[in-house]
Design a protein around this ligand. Structure first.
Ligand SMILES: Nc1ncnc2c1ncn2[C@@H]1O[C@H](COP(=O)(O)OP(=O)(O)OP(=O)(O)O)[C@@H](O)[C@H]1O
Length: 217
């Protein structure tokens, strides 16, 4: 790539519309995310953040508009999709098999990074909400996706875990992974390359103090 040129987007949403019955939620949402970019989609309760994330992930059909994704996707939904009777380690095994990974190395590394290795043999149904969220995040990251969509990822994290989460995200970014965080609360705006407000079904970029990254919602 030529110096100073903008990298090609890994995720691009154009003019997304989605209604539930007569209730319009997304009304022309646009988003462009490039490799290594960390984006926050910020909106009030009910603004349509989860709807947007599911549309980006392709798990919810939209009424109109286009989503283009290049590379692999990891999706961490707001409600953990875990099996209450399986242990943490069994979840790692099943998801690693589903992704055809040769071993559990990345899974164990993520468990260490998020600091919950003592729960490897615990069943998901007995984990605290925060630890379930850590497992959910681990599973979304297991196959080292190029684009990561996270719905309220640090909700329920204690401060130490919140900081570990950011260490993990910074490591991913440094390797060119793109991350979209959906949240109703941004504690530290400077961590993000782009903040986009979801209001009235559309995304509007806010300017941040960071420079050198392409900003375009
Ligand atoms: N399956 C559904 N059927 C009907 N209405 C829905 C459905 N899912 C969401 N909604 C409605 O669409 C609107 C947007 O919901 P959504 O969950 O996307 O918002 P959100 O910004 O993620 O909210 P929160 O911050 O509370 O999680 C809300 O009014 C919600 O009640």
């Amino acid at each position: 790539m030529a110096p100073g040129s903008t990298p090609a987007p890994v995720l691009q949403a154009h003019d997304i519309h989605k209604s539930y019955g007569r209730h319009p939620v997304l009304r022309g949402a646009d988003l462009t995310v490039t490799p290594g970019q960390l984006v926050a989609v910020v909106g009030e309760n009910g603004a349509g953040k989860s709807t947007l994330l599911k549309a980006l992930a392709g798990t919810l059909p939209v009424d109109s508009g286009e989503v283009a994704l290049t590379g692999t996707l990891g999706h961490c939904p707001q409600d953990p999709v875990l099996n209450a009777s399986l242990t943490v380690e069994q979840h790692l095994h099943y998801f690693a098999a589903a992704h055809r990974l040769p071993d559990l190395d990345r899974g164990r590394e993520l468990v260490d990074l998020l600091g919950y290795e003592r729960y490897l043999a615990s069943v998901a149904g007995e984990l605290s909400g925060g630890t379930r969220q850590k497992l959910n995040l681990t599973l979304a990251l297991l196959h080292d996706p190029d684009v990561l969509l996270l719905d309220e990822p640090y909700q329920g994290f204690d401060w130490d875990t919140y900081l570990r989460f950011w260490d993990l995200v910074e490591g991913l970014r440094a390797r060119g992974k793109a991350i979209v965080v959906i949240t109703h609360l941004v504690f530290e705006q400077d961590r993000f390359d782009l903040l986009a407000d979801l209001t009235d079904g559309r995304l509007t970029p806010r300017t941040t103090s960071k420079e050198g990254h392409h900003v375009g919602a």
